[in-house]
Design a protein around this ligand. Structure first.
Ligand code: CA
Length: 134
């Protein structure tokens, strides 16, 4: 099991793919880059098959978060995106597939209330063809 709470002040073991990342108040913080495929950092192994990912996120106005999974490369991956609508407290989940420079939204949730500047716990479980999240 891989665990990092960043209380040691570093993110050793993580690979920065894009954007600027640093530890701020014992949390991992990525600077907003504003476009798709920006601000990515990864951990784990491409050979992992079934797994669970859990994280605590601090939601910011208009900044989306996502978890990549079933990844073959940075450009061939599935991604669970938590999308926030700027200036509102509305959010939704999107299930995206990225491949060959194309992006496809496979599914999306209805909008739900999610306040800013609060911590939320996200959990994603990938087992065979089954995907569970909340
Ligand atoms: Ca660490």
């Amino acid at each position: 099991m891989f665990v990092d709470d960043f209380n040691d002040g570093d993110f050793d073991g993580w690979s920065v793919e894009s954007g600027s990342w640093f530890i701020n108040q014992l949390s991992l913080l990525g600077l907003k880059n504003g476009i798709d495929f920006s601000g990515r950092i990864s951990v784990g192994d491409l050979t992992w098959s079934d797994y669970e990912v859990e994280m605590d996120i601090l939601v910011g106005d208009g900044t989306d978060e996502g978890i990549g999974f079933r990844r073959e490369s940075p450009l061939r991956t599935y991604e669970l995106v938590l999308k926030h609508f700027p200036g509102t407290t509305s959010s939704k989940f999107l299930l995206n597939k990225h491949y060959d420079n194309q992006s496809l939204t496979l599914d999306s949730s209805t909008d739900f209330y999610m306040p800013y500047a609060k911590w939320h716990h996200l959990k994603l479980s990938v087992e065979g063809e089954k995907l569970r999240f909340g």
